[in-house]
Design a protein around this ligand. Sequence first.
Ligand code: 26V
Length: 847
Amino acid sequence: MTKKKANYGNSQTNERKTIKKLKRGFAYKLFYQLGVWTQNASLNDYYLAVSYTVRDRMQQLFINTIRAFQQKDSKIVSYLSAEFLMGPHLHNNLINLGIYDQVAQAAAESGLDLQQIIDHEEEPGLGNGGLGRLAACYLDSLASLEIPAIGYGIRYEFGMFDQAFDNGWQKELSDRWLQPGNPWEFKKADMAVEVGSGGYTEQYKDDHGKLRVRWVPGKLVKGIPYDTPILGYRVNTVNMLRLWSAEAPKSFDFAEFNVGDYLGAVHEKMLAETISKVLYPNDEQSHGKALRLYQQYFFVSCSMQDMIRIHLFQFENLDNFSDKFAVQLNDTHPAIAVPEFMRLLVDVHHYDWDSAWEIVTHTFAYTNHTLLPEALEKWPVAMLAGLLPRHLEIIYEINRRFLDLVRLEYPGDVDVVRRMSIIDETGERYVRMANLACVGGHAINGVAQLHTKLLKEHTLVDFHRLWPDKLINITNGVTPRRWMVVSNPRLSQLIRSAIGEEWITDLKKLQALEPLAEDSAFCEKWQQIKFANKQDICTMFACKQGPNYNPQALFDVQVKRIHEYKRQHLNLLHIVTLYQRLKNNPELDIPPRLFIFGGKAAPSYFMAKLIIKLINSVAEVVNGDPAVNKRLQILFIPNYNVQIGHIVYPMADLSEQISLAGKEASGTGNMKFAMNGALTVGTLDGANVEIREEVGAENFFLFGMNVGEVEARRAAGYNPQDIYNENKELHAAINLIATGHFSHGDRELFRPVIDSLLKHDPFMVLADYQAYVDCQQQVGEVFQDPQRWTRMAILNAARIGKFSSDRSITEYCRKIWQVKPFPVALTLQRVPDGGIKFPKRKEIVRT
Ligand code: 26V
């Protein structure tokens, strides 16, 4: 296909014309769309005016891409995810469109500061952390690689809560991200679909006398799609994020209204709207929460119906559905899609079971994102029976047929049948969503080599034995557009001037930086950039208790969800150890360090919240103590989110990736840090293993037990108390916390943390303590040799190419989805100057 690229305006006169048009665009949007004028426009009005102007420039591409979806030979990837942590759109869209400079100029000439406008955007925080952000990075790569794709999810009215601190404790505030208006979405009210719940199933004979089953739901809700364009980087592809919002169906209101029950109708409406109201924490046990299950079913049913509709625009029937759609299940949250698609095929489209199963299993693939046994989703059978009775019947039938196969494979082995069953019958009966996802798709993947290996050996060992080719690895990646170009303009500019621009779409090209690690002029510029990035954050968060933060200090950063397995408390024990050393020996020769934390705790996760309080309490004492605060400072940045990530990754010297080996599936922050030239202190866990392999062992600070050692230690009977008794420094650090040094003498406050560490220490913090402290000593020594540190940092960035999400997506396309790029021609659809001749209604084809 001949590919005509959008014209971004390069000649001088074009440039002027573009800027003029943009300026007029801002004014028109302000006046006509927002109905305000400069005298009474707020910053939000300006933000909206600029965003609408930019959005207009994406429209032609967006509409053309949708038209391309409708071509028979294009295959679409549907990425089903309960979370999409997109982060702010404006800056990213400017970069991907290639009009940042023109818009900045047009804004300046209009008396506006583009940076201020960019900073004003309320980010859509529709995700918890890594899993949701991965979905967002993958959408960026899919569009940039010109792969037709739709992200399907939920348009939560309240996304991830905002975190504030009250006396060091986390407080959750509701995230009203839609309040200021969302200029990036298009509501498609006429493309709503209906979704049922409850009710009963019944058998009936169809017109041909064939016995069939149908589900008669007790209630219906309407799913309304809101579409956000997802721009590829400098290509014509603009894919779509389609998020569903729940509303009560009109007919429902009227039924009750007519009998005079107005309040009842309003109540129903409220209940319906509750479905897409709020994002659940994903790191909290959820199997008691019917609303969470229904959220999952709601968006999955909307999305499957939507895909079927798109398919039937082009094809007679659904026989070739899996040639048109590859549907990826992002974790088990959308796994209910398996029985839902079976229901749609068998009950609604009247396929026989075997043909339907053939289509279903060729359509789906499942990504596993966790090794923690307690994180594997399961729903009580009783709950499913009430909410989705037909789906439960279908699940039982899938299971019956599947277990027949298992029995055939392993005659007489009742244990394997019990383990692999989709139904957990050990106590109260549950549906195991991971087993359902494994059975209902044609591929399963882990998200880092070590993770996949552990899935094969433990979590999914039986499935791997049954289907040895089904379980594969695709190591996660992140998008260099957002995590370098958008967030670190200084570094990106330096790299551009040194090696050109190709690395932005082909990250392996960063390798060309390697020789520059020996070039003193380049190293100096690299250092200046890191310093400038550090200065930014020092001005942004002036220290409340002690001296201002020192940009010369080693910026030692741990940003991620607060979780015991991620071991923020190991980091903290190191800090307390340094504090004590400095108190005992004021002459101690260590480089000044600023410890930076960021991250939210699930609202009901007591221990994680206590760890936040502990970090803030230690910060208060350390930052306020003149004997140490020139060399030791702590900053807990509240409300860590994508926007803060943009600031944090570029200024970090040291990236903390210190989870207990075998617990972190991959991690993706580790990649973002390394791209921005931070060195990693980490365990052999998740993607750290591969990062170390890529950047070289000599450029990575490794410590702690590996998975084998963790297992052996546990098998030998791990007793944290022994370590506490034997290790003097550790003993003293723990005692300092326990005796109330950081809690105004209160010995009770942090007792649960201390007790957990001394009695069970489930994540073996004490076992890795000494190795960590020793390794950090080495970190400090290397940091005192700035040339050496900088060389290592440059080599980290130069060798990080593997961790681009472009590489991950290319692997998904080849190994799982069997899709190829489908470049979009700009000629498919445009608005003719002379106006449009509208087709007759029946000819209108919608996607
Ligand atoms: C869920 C639960 C539920 C019950 C209590 C404990 C717990 C802890 C964690 C989770 C997270 C489940 C899924 C998830 O977010 N996984 C993350 O996915 C990222 C993208 O693949 C990956 O980089 C992270 O390592 C992984 O934790």
